[in-house]
Design a protein around this ligand. Structure first.
Ligand code: NAD
Ligand code: MG
Length: 356
């Protein structure tokens, strides 16, 4: 039996995780949380809002599936890493914001970190424990989102409902907007750097509209391995929860004979500057990724509320990064202070942009 704590149980990942848990008697849901929706009776221990580490202390899970959205997922990620519980990590923001500290906590705790992000689940399987020096480069694929192919000027007037119409994945609103700006792939670049210990110049992003290839690794001997599958998050969720079993999922096998379209193109960094901003913040290191993430959360929320234009998201992120320093945080308290400071500046910059 594996005792599972599911954080963010009411979200897109959370609901698919419940389906996986229900299908496997060896997975026992011992705790569940949501941000605000009542979830009484969903698990023996439930919590709405509040400090998720208290729930985890009470539940003593073997596996923490962190499917909270945003920086709010940070304490739970660190709780699992420090204690050496298996961490099935959907909440990429916690690894982006706190990467250096998280890797140190992971080493101390000695548990497994199993990414639920589809590209990183794929990369983990492709790398299969081989050391970074056998790898020439890792390629993360991006669907390109609903605005793929548009120029920068064609993005000026897009609305939140345009951005929420994702072509291949059905996800929560924040990550769907991140996919439309390509910030999602920027966050994933930073996530991959910390998960796999690869330098940024050996992690590439390509646009692949059908989202069938999730990641590809080029090895130093010239071989390139790719991971293919239908875009269905139940696969990486199941992989992380049932590791190393590779349990059955209710997903159709990939049919090659009916025609499989594998097209790739370079991302347009002029129309989608968030990807370049994230790469630069990752390379700068220290708290730059934390500041990038915080500013993005503020800007995306303002865009979803109809207050900030689409192109304003990258503007807010860029200007916040220019105003907030990037001295490394020594602990979670300092990290939270950097996050709060970046949010304060980003909120102010958003207000200025809206009233221009
Ligand atoms: P969602 O918005 O559908 O769900 C978020 C969940 O977090 C909900 O249960 C919500 O109640 C909870 N939550 C929100 N704010 C909270 C807070 N302050 N404290 C505690 N709980 C809070 O989001 P999602 O699409 O399921 O994404 C969850 C995470 O997984 C994100 O980090 C996202 O980037 C990542 N992810 C999602 C997908 C996907 O297909 N949806 C794919 C890859 C990665
Ligand atoms: Mg992903």
């Amino acid at each position: 039996m594996k005792r599972i704590a599911l954080l963010g149980a009411t979200g897109s990942i959370g609901r698919q995780a419940l389906e996986i848990v229900a299908a496997h008697p060896e997975l026992e849901l011992v705790a569940a949380s949501s941000g605000s929706t009542p979830i009484d009776g969903l698990a023996p221990l439930t919590q709405v809002g509040g400090d998720l580490t208290e729930l985890l202390e009470d539940a003593e899970p073997d596996v923490v599936l962190n499917a909270v959205v945003g920086f709010a997922g940070v304490p739970a990620t660190f709780w699992a890493l420090e204690r050496g519980a298996d961490l099935a990590l959907a909440n990429k923001e916690s690894l982006v914001a706190g990467g250096d500290l998280a890797v140190a906590a992971w080493k101390r705790g000695g548990g497994r970190l199993l990414p639920v992000d589809s590209e990183h689940s794929a990369a983990l399987q492709l790398l299969d424990g081989r050391p970074p020096d056998t790898v020439d480069s890792l390629v993360l694929t991006a669907s390109g989102g609903p605005f793929r192919g548009r120029s920068r000027s064609e993005l000026a007037d897009v609305t939140s409902s345009d951005a929420l119409a994702h072509p291949t994945w059905s996800m929560g609103p924040k990550i769907t907007v991140d996919s439309a700006t390509l910030m999602n792939k920027g966050l994933e670049l930073i996530e991959a750097h910390f998960l796999f210990g690869l330098p940024y110049d050996r992690i590439e992003v390509v646009v692949h509209p059908t989202s069938v290839v999730h990641a590809l690794v080029r090895f130093r001997d010239g071989a390139a391995l790719a991971h293919l599958g239908h875009p269905d998050m139940r696969v990486p969720i199941s992989y992380a929860l049932t590791y190393p079993e590779r349990a059955e999922t209710p997903v159709e096998p990939l049919d090659l004979a009916t025609g499989l379209i594998l097209e790739f193109e370079a991302p347009d960094l002029e129309a989608f500057p968030c990807l370049a901003l994230a790469r630069a913040a990752g390379e700068t290191g220290g708290t730059a990724p934390c500041v990038l993430n915080a500013a993005n959360e503020v800007a995306v929320a303002a865009f979803l509320d109809g207050d900030l234009p689409f192109l304003g998201i990258a503007d807010v992120v860029e200007r916040t990064l220019a105003q907030v320093g990037c001295t490394p945080a020594n602990d979670l308290t300092e990290l939270a202070a950097w996050d709060a400071e970046a949010r304060r500046i980003a909120t102010e910059l958003t207000r200025q942009l809206v009233h221009q």
